[in-house]
Design a protein around this ligand. Structure first.
Ligand SMILES: Cc1ncc(COP(=O)(O)O)c(C=O)c1O
Length: 461
């Protein structure tokens, strides 16, 4: 079968799934790979181009997962591939911890210019989202001289010991791993669809943010001991929950009042995913520290912790990583940013709007759809057993992911019952139409037949 080209938009399933070659890989994987990974269905990828992924049996899938919001410019964008090849032929590694190379300041100055707020920002490079968060935690402590952190329930910030202390997503992620980093207090996130305080936006006065000041600071968490508040501008793993714009503004006000740093975790929501370069731009809030990962280098491992120069002023040796800011990953990131600025950022906004409009009547047309929410190409469909009670339809959601896979559409879940749509930012309206047709057919099937109870672990990250 010919290799997929960027004209191919439709899935093509020609073997039972998993196919014969996939079955062999699955057997080896089961034997040798850490069982801590969560896989919703058995996709065994061989190659990708644009929004299409081909498996080891030649089946083609339309990818609305983008390798978990990573391949921002699509799979193997020719310009990204060429930038990687050129850099790999010149210098693969030198380690920015002990040596200099031009890519480091080149990308850092670009990020300084792109990050919200005036003035020069400095950048710490890591290899993954969790490392960007670890760096932010350490930076916030050393800069403020304070030890405590505030984070939100259902947040996902990573799985290393520091970031895991902030993560409050699923018990399995923490069970057996304690004690974690002390000093973290969690409060409920601004989820207006299932308000944790049973209040109504806008009458609520953004109680979910004010509770930090009125309740925590007044009782258990002295404000002058808090180094930072960590927040996802749109909660990712927690269910693609979009807070009202006043939420971040209120957090900003509290941070300013008490000398606390506001850390925006843009690992999933950043790099153009929401139709703006950063999700916090939607509310006009300028964070003190921003963490970026996933989409930054179109699939090469890279992350960045960005803050005003005056904050990132820690002494040599206080933090570093051998591979962070690897030259090849940096070349991929510079090319990714160019593509985002030239084309894909605007595309994410336009196609995202088309996607949201196309889904707008789903809660009316489908009894299982409680809410459709999102910004740009970060869109969640929240499935419910009952639109009044909003009881989460977890089995139905898991079944939907599986049915879509069998029909050639790759989508993942998040939160208790949400399907997340996070395609590459280069998709067009045809891709959206094809994906929604498959989603709707699968949803209708479940609405008619019901969903068997699944034992599959939920997808995460
Ligand atoms: C918002 C957010 N922060 C941090 C992380 C951790 O990133 P990584 O898996 O690259 O360590 C993730 C991963 O999904 C994320 O969504």
């Amino acid at each position: 079968m010919p290799v997929a080209t960027n004209k191919d938009k439709r899935p093509l399933i020609q073997t039972p799934l998993p196919g014969p070659e996939a079955v062999k890989v699955l057997a080896e994987d089961k034997k040798f790979i850490s069982p801590s990974y969560t896989r919703a269905y058995p996709l065994v990828a061989k190659r990708g181009f644009g929004a299409i992924v081909e498996d080891v049996d030649g089946n083609r899938f339309l990818d609305f997962s983008a390798g978990i919001a990573v391949v921002a410019t699509g799979h193997c964008h020719p310009k990204v591939v060429s930038a990687i090849q050129k850099q790999a032929a010149e210098l693969i590694h030198m380690s920015g911890t002990d040596f200099y190379y031009p890519g480091l300041p080149a990308l850092a100055s670009k990020l300084s210019e792109l990050a919200p707020g005036p003035g020069v920002k400095r950048v710490y490079f890591g290899n993954s989202g969790t490392e960007a968060i670890e760096a932010a935690m350490k930076l916030a402590r050393i800069y403020t001289g304070r030890t405590r952190f505030i984070a939100f329930y259902n947040a996902f910030h990573g799985r290393t010991m520091g970031s895991l202390s902030l993560t409050a997503s699923r018990a399995v992620q923490r069970r057996g791993f304690g004690p974690l980093v002390p000093g973290v207090t969690h409060v409920p996130y601004a989820d207006c669809y299932r308000c944790p305080y049973n209040l109504k936006y806008e009458d609520c006065g953004i109680h979910c943010a004010r509770v930090i000041e009125q309740r925590l600071f007044a009782t258990t968490v002295p404000a002058d001991e808090v180094a930072a508040i960590f927040v996802e501008p749109i909660q990712g793993e927690g269910g693609y929950v979009v807070p009202p714009p006043e939420f971040l503004l209120e957090l900003r006000r509290i941070c300013d009042k008490y000398g606390i740093l506001l850390v925006a975790d843009e690992v999933q929501s950043g790099m153009g995913r929401t139709g703006r370069m950063w999700a916090c731009e939607h509310s006009g809030v300028v964070p003190d520290i921003m963490c970026v990962g996933k989409g930054i280098a179109s699939g090469l491992p890279l992350s960045a912790t960005i803050s005003r120069a005056e904050i990132m002023n820690w002494p040599p040796g206080s933090h570093a990583s051998t591979f962070g800011g690897n030259p090849v990953a940096i070349a991929a990131a510079l090319q990714t940013i160019e593509l985002l600025q030239d084309e894909y950022l605007a595309n994410a906004a336009a196609v995202g709007e088309y996607l949201m409009n196309s889904l707008s009547d789903w809660p009316r047309r489908h009894r299982l759809v409680g809410q459709v929410r999102g910004k740009g190409l970060m869109v969640g469909i929240d499935l419910v057993k009952d639109q009044q009670t909003k009881e989460q339809a977890t089995d139905e959601r898991d079944q939907l992911l599986l049915l879509c896979f069998e029909k050639g559409l790759l989508v993942l879940g998040c939160g208790g019952s949400t399907v997340r749509l996070m395609p590459p930012l280069m998709i067009d309206k045809d891709h959206v139409d094809i994906a929604l047709k498959i989603l709707e057919e699968s949803l209708t099937e479940i609405e008619q037949k019901g969903a068997p109870k699944t034992t599959r672990p939920p997808t995460e990250t």
